[in-house]
Write a protein that binds this ligand. Sequence first.
Ligand SMILES: Nc1ncnc2c1ncn2[C@@H]1O[C@H](COP(=O)(O)OP(=O)(O)OP(=O)(O)O)[C@@H](O)[C@H]1O
Ligand SMILES: [Mg+2]
Length: 267
Amino acid sequence: MSGASPLPEPPIPRARAAPIYAVASGKGGVGKTWLSTMLSIAFGRAGQRTLLVDCDLGLANVDVQLGVRPTADVHSVVRGFLELDSAVTPVLGGPGRNGGFDLIAGHSGSGALGSVKLEEVGRIATGLVKLAPHYDRILLDLAAGIDPTVLRFARAADKLILVTTEEPTALTDAYAMVKLMRLQGAPIMPYVIVNMAENRAKGRKVFEQFAKACNEYLGFRPKFAGAIGRDPRVPDSIRAQTPLPIRHPQSQAYEDVVRIVEVLNAG
Ligand SMILES: Nc1ncnc2c1ncn2[C@@H]1O[C@H](COP(=O)(O)OP(=O)(O)OP(=O)(O)O)[C@@H](O)[C@H]1O
Ligand SMILES: [Mg+2]
């Protein structure tokens, strides 16, 4: 699976461009990249044409998790070599009900994050807006941390998906992320996903604590998109570079993702 392909014309004229979801967390290693790929597959299976953009400009790994070899990446776009639409790599046959989607890969190991200017991130954001009419859903897999480039990408999105685990450090960092975005005036109401939860009930409880803190100190209550259980099939499928629902057609973690997509699609 490789090679950039020209974008097909949208099959039917869309009244509205695709909503852009930023998948963010603050803390690293909570499952943003894995979840972004699963959401892309689940949106596809629900009939939505999806584009996933790896916005981790320093240590990208969507393509590594999926075992695809892109010929172009978002870094070329940052440097102005390619227009965003010629940097698209179709995954699992491209957008379709089989769970395929389009990917704009990141640039692994470039170490370029430090030198990426905010205006360059802005250029990617502008390109995304141009692509939006071709898709039903656009997902941005963000880097960890809360530096200005991460926040700039998050502000380019219409919706924020905040990923946390049950760990206090992940919750604190997720809180810092929403607080900073609010301080910057972004009127985003985040969806929260508790990943690697012991079970769904525990995940919900952790969300309630988080929501209470947001309500008390920031004056709003985030939405609960759902919890995903810790599932050994997840690292197994990543090691095999095969998407979870293909390697393990029955898995609790993917079932949890499908429920989350239902919540997201319900708006
Ligand atoms: N539900 C889950 N059950 C078990 N393991 C999981 C689950 N979700 C993620 N993981 C594990 O967590 C690891 C980190 O996931 P991932 O790389 O997606 O995190 P990330 O938030 O994107 O990290 P980074 O901040 O470095 O970009 C994966 O290698 C995977 O094995
Ligand atoms: Mg990641």
